[in-house]
Write a protein that binds this ligand. Sequence first.
Ligand SMILES: NC(=O)c1ccc[n+]([C@@H]2O[C@H](COP(=O)([O-])OP(=O)(O)OC[C@H]3O[C@@H](n4cnc5c(N)ncnc54)[C@H](OP(=O)(O)O)[C@@H]3O)[C@@H](O)[C@H]2O)c1
Length: 305
Amino acid sequence: MLLQEIGQTGLQGSRLALGCMRMAALDSGQARDVLAKAVDLGFNFFDHADIYGGGQSEERFAGAMAELGLKREDLILQSKCGIQRGYFDFSKEHIINSVDGILSRLQTEYLDVLALHRPDALMVPEEVAEAFAQLKKDGKVRHFGVSNQNRYQMELLQAYLGEPLAVNQLQLSPAHTPMIDAGLNVNMWGDAGANRDSGILEYCQLNKVTVQAWSPFQIDLAQGIFANHPDYVQLNETIAKYADQYGVSSEAITIAWINRHPAKIQTIIGSMNPERLEKIIQAETIELARPEWYDIYTSAGNILP
Ligand SMILES: NC(=O)c1ccc[n+]([C@@H]2O[C@H](COP(=O)([O-])OP(=O)(O)OC[C@H]3O[C@@H](n4cnc5c(N)ncnc54)[C@H](OP(=O)(O)O)[C@@H]3O)[C@@H](O)[C@H]2O)c1
C-alpha cells in the first residue's frame, strides 16, 4: 500500500489506516485475524481512542498484536482522548492520565500520535501545551493532533505548541461532504455554501496537516452506511457503475473517491471484516477521472453551482 508522510512528522503511514473503534465487539481470535489481514495488506497505521469499547478495543488490539508477534516499531499507533461521559475534557490532568491508561491497555511505552478527540469549549491552550510538552519529555507521545476541529481551533492551539499539529480527523464520505460543499459554493445563498468548518480542508493542505477521514462508508453514525440506503439509490448505482467499469468492488470506488482528492487524505477504515478489507484495498489500483469524481459527488444529491 502507498505510504505517505503523516503531517510533518517524518512517519511514513499507510494511506489507509485501520480504525479500531469496533474491535471491542470481536473475540480475540477475530481480532487477531483482522489485524493479521490488515498487516498483510500493508496497513501500518492504527487508530484508537480511549473510549472505544470503554478501553476494550485497545486491549483486544494489544492481545492480537502479541499473539501475532508483531514488532512495535513496525506499527504506527495513534489514540485519542478528551471525551468524558457527558462532557469534553482537555485539562492537563485528564490528558496525561488518559495517556497512561492508553499505554497500559495497548501494552506499549509510547504512542506515535495522540489526538484530541472532540473540541472542548473550555480548552485552555497553555494547559494543553503543558500536557503535550510533559508527555513528549517523558517519551510517552511522539506527535500530536486533533479531531473534529475547525481552522481557528487549530490555529489557537497551534499558537501555544512547539511543533506542528500532525493530523485532524474529520468525518468524510461520499454521503457526508460539508467540508467539500463549502468550497464549491463560496458566496452562494444555498445551504451547501454554509462554511461550517472555516475551510478546514484547505487549511490542512496549506499547513501540511494530514486530514484523516473517519466513517468513509457512513451517512453519519446515527443513520449508518449509505450502501443500500433508500435515500442514496443514485449514489449506490453510480458507485456500482464505476465498480463494474474498473473491475473492482463498490467499497474500492468509495475509497478511491476520497483518495482522488489532492489533500492526500488518510482514510480510517472501520471494517473488521478481513474479506471486506481485501475489497477496500482494491482502491489502490485505480485513480478516478475528474468527471467520474464529480459524478459520484452529484449522485449523492449535491448540486454544483
Ligand atoms: N474522530 C472521530 O470523532 C471518529 C468518529 C467515528 C469513528 N472514528 C474512527 O474512524 C474509524 C472508522 O469509522 P467507522 O467504523 O464508522 O467507518 P466505516 O468504515 O465507514 O464503517 C465500517 C462499518 O460499516 C460496516 N459495513 C456494512 N456494510 C458495509 C459496506 N458495504 N461497506 C463498508 N462497510 C460496511 C462495517 O462492517 P464490517 O465490519 O462487516 O465490514 C463496519 O461495521 C473508527 O474505527 C475510528 O477509528 C473517529
